[in-house]
Design a protein around this ligand. Structure first.
Ligand SMILES: [Zn+2]
Length: 375
């Protein structure tokens, strides 16, 4: 909330800075926003004015950290699950060069070869599947996989192509109507086709990531092209203040600069990679192993990291009781002091005024009073 409207907040702050804690003017501002469209007055912002929502953005360097033997859709979902420990995942992007999208990993090639062999044995009657294969579109049953595939291609793939052609040739409202009319059927087809048909190119990496909610960017096969695109995207998200926490999936030290930039801007940074003492993990505030994420084991660790961050944020809020000796003992030589000083640079007005604005738990009543003024 704070970051979205920097100019307005600055002006509000500058006019009230002498008498009010900026936190109050911020929550006041939130109410302007809320009142426009709804009647909600019990916004959490009143109760915890400093606890801004933590928006998370995921950046996945697919060239460096491909899902490998893991099915891409599942890998993407696991990644999102782990990242959501740090806040609300608002944006997910993945970049790779064309080669990554067209190649087929060894595991998938082996699976395909195995399927081909099974098909041959089934056709000869040497083996028989315990359960018949059934078509997920029309429900028909088949004794061999090859018969199912042929059926699917002859009936459903054709139907699907016809629908696509119809939509393609329609314009305006007719097009919209057709899309609406066919959307369920096309969805059903896509879900079924994933299991039956072999993708013509690659192994469906991009489609599977999109299905998991990722925005997928393809860049040229030039070396570093994906890195550059991903870095630009990260800077853009920072510039537009769309996230407070960046999760980067990569072991590529080319990202050190952009992570440092993120820290300078007081963003939280999390790196997912397998290099334990990698350059990125040394810069980021938290690091996870890609393998652990895929195994679904990172969640617990993430929760403990978030717990530490919360403690730190609370300490920041209670700065007026700040005792350097106690803090030093408590946190040892952690990098927190760096952060503190950056934070003060970033919104020094905030910290400068806290001492004479009363305790934070009093904000409640004050902001209520502000509200009644506004009404
Ligand atoms: Zn069918």
């Amino acid at each position: 909330m704070l970051h979205k409207f920097p100019s307005i907040i600055n002006s509000v702050q500058s006019s009230r800075i002498k008498t009010l804690n900026p936190c109050i003017s911020l929550s006041r501002f939130c109410h302007f926003k809320v009142k426009e469209g709804s009647d909600s007055l019990n916004q959490p912002s009143i109760l915890s004015p400093r606890a801004a929502q933590n928006n998370v953005a995921i950046f996945w360097d697919l060239d460096n950290k491909p899902p490998n033997s893991f099915p891409p859709f599942e890998a993407a979902v696991k990644l999102k699950t782990a990242a959501s420990s740090f806040g609300v995942v608002r944006s997910m992007v993945a970049y790779a060069n064309q080669h990554s999208f067209t190649q087929v990993p060894r595991v998938v090639r082996e699976q395909r070869r195995e399927r081909k062999l099974l098909n041959q044995l089934e056709n000869k009657g040497v083996i028989k599947s315990v359960e018949p294969y059934f078509c997920k579109v029309c429900g028909r049953r088949f004794y061999t996989n090859e018969k199912l595939v042929n059926h699917f291609k002859q009936i459903h793939e054709r139907e699907h192509q016809k629908r696509l052609n119809q939509i393609e040739s329609a314009r305006g409202s007719r097009r919209v109507k057709l899309v609406g009319k066919y959307s369920m059927k096309m969805e059903k087809y896509k879900n079924a086709a994933r299991d039956v048909l072999t993708p013509k190119v690659g192994y469906g990496l991009a489609d599977e990531l999109k299905r998991a909610g990722f925005w997928v960017g393809t860049v040229s096969n030039r070396p570093q092209a994906a890195d550059v695109a991903l870095r630009d995207h990260m800077v853009d998200v920072m510039d537009r203040r769309k996230a407070e926490c960046l999760v980067l999936v990569s072991d590529d030290s080319d990202f050190v600069g952009v992570l440092k930039e993120a820290k300078l801007r007081c963003l939280k940074t999390v790196v997912v990679g397998d290099a334990d003492d990698g350059a990125l993990k040394r810069v980021a505030e938290a690091g996870f192993s890609w393998t652990e994420i895929l195994r679904g084991k990172a969640k617990k660790e993430a929760v403990s990291v978030v717990g530490k961050w919360k403690d730190r944020d609370i300490l920041k809020r209670l700065e007026w009781t700040y005792n350097p000796e106690v803090e030093k003992k408590f946190y040892g030589s952690e990098e927190m002091f760096d952060d503190e000083s950056k934070d003060q640079d970033f919104d020094s007005t905030d910290d400068g005024n806290r001492s004479d604005s009363g305790a934070w738990w009093e904000l409640d009543t004050e902001s209520d009073a502000d509200l009644s003024e506004l009404q």
